[in-house]
Ligand binder design. Structure first.
Ligand code: SMG
Ligand code: MG
Length: 378
């Protein structure tokens, strides 16, 4: 890692964009019809950078929500990084550490600063991570469907498109039936997994064991985020491997969950753990323990997608990620679209995250834009 300075921060603005989803996305906690994203745009004396906050409109997936994240970034995070010159983005985490929680807000600011620093150094995010692959295997996450016919049509569409793994969102009473329908229709060879988004309880072991015969790759986050012991017990009641998502909020937490037997696979989302630097540490602790990881998704625009794809190019990401192509989400993306090529996305290798918002798309999707920091004249 070079010690070149990231440059002096000249300006930071918060940009809100609203991009319609091609179809509603229903999970056990709610339905999204648009991606309402908060972008952090940093201009330094050396380069500019973009960050994307993955917080949703309401605090349902986690305790963060997008308006709250914007306020935290402006009032509590930005003052901690602009007061003294920042030599290196590696130091951002410690500058922000006394602010409790708010990993998605922290992650968005860190991403923008990292993008600016790497652009100034003409280094790609993938190279900075130490990524080895130039393409990553992609899966797709399918929202809960009331109608089995509609579900089977969607699965067929995505398999035809080349996706290498299908993930079904489940909840109580929408679990065994859709899994059985997909298995019966598409056979045992389809790589299939499910995500409960914490919709079950410790008493649901027998229900979840009913998924065992279907040969799933994994079940993601069956129980509450703080129920590590419950997951460890459940792991002894079912044969499907447990993968944790919401429960894993740091590299240390990942190591603990693995040690306690709460999971044998980890979903890594940078926003959930406070940024891409911590995400890389989660990857490292999992690799050291022989635990496979894969890259999660939060319906990111092309900006967050670019960074996710770079992360997913690290060697420990041995399972296909929720890193789907732009058209799985949007008619029109904020950046040049990510296009599926033989079930993979290509890792951007330009400086920084390797993509920027297309000016026309940015103008069309922006709902609010405000400069929240400007360097004062000395
Ligand atoms: O980006 O393809 C995507 C979405 C993947 O299922 C997905 N994400 O719990 O893993 C998860 C969910 C959370 C997002 S709900 C807005
Ligand atoms: Mg999940």
């Amino acid at each position: 890692m070079s010690n070149e300075p990231a440059g002096v921060i000249e300006l930071i603005e918060l940009v809100r964009v609203e991009i319609p989803l091609v179809r509603p996305f229903r999970t056990s906690f709610g339905t999204d019809t648009v991606r309402d994203a908060l972008l952090v745009h940093v201009v330094t004396s050396a380069a500019e950078g973009w960050g994307e906050c993955v917080a949703d409109r309401a605090p349902l997936y986690s305790s963060e929500w997008v308006d709250g994240a914007a306020e935290v970034i402006e009032r509590f995070l930005i003052p901690r990084v602009v007061d003294e010159p920042l030599a290196d983005v590696e130091a951002v985490g410690s500058r922000l550490a006394d602010v409790e929680g708010h990993p998605m807000a922290k992650g968005a600011l860190e991403m923008a600063l990292l993008d600016a620093q790497l652009r100034a150094q003409s280094m790609s995010l993938a190279a900075y991570f130490g990524a080895e692959r130039t393409r990553v295997d992609c899966g797709v996450s399918i929202g809960i469907q009331d109608d089995t016919g509609a579900l089977l049509e969607l699965v067929a569409e995505y398999l035809d498109a080349g996706y290498r793994r299908i993930k079904l969102k489940i909840e109580p009473d929408h679990d065994v039936a859709p899994v059985r329908a997909v298995r019966e229709h598409f056979g045992a060879d389809v790589a299939l997994q499910v995500d409960a988004n914490a919709a079950y309880t410790r008493a649901d072991g027998p229900t979840l064991a009913a998924l065992d015969p279907f040969g799933l790759l994994l079940i993601e986050q069956p129980l509450a985020p703080d129920d590590i012991v419950g997951h460890a017990r459940l792991a002894r009641e079912i044969r499907t491997p447990i993968c944790l998502d919401e429960s894993i909020t740091s590299a240390r937490g990942a190591a603990d969950a693995i040690e306690l037997g709460a999971c044998s696979i980890v979903n890594i989302k940078a926003g959930r753990v406070g940024g891409y630097l911590e995400a890389r540490r989660v990857h490292d602790v999992c690799v050291a323990r022989g635990v496979p990881v894969w890259c999660g998704g939060m319906l990111e625009t092309g900006l967050g997608r670019a960074a996710n794809v770079a992360l997913a190019a690290l060697p420990g990401f041995t399972l296909p990620g929720d890193t789907s192509a732009s058209r799985r989400y949007f008619e029109r993306d904020l950046t040049e679209p990510f296009v599926l090529d033989d079930g993979t996305l290509t890792v951007p290798l330009g400086p920084g995250i390797g993509v920027t918002p297309l000016p026309d798309a940015l103008a069309d999707f922006t709902t609010a834009r405000r400069v929240v920091h400007r360097r004062s004249a000395r």
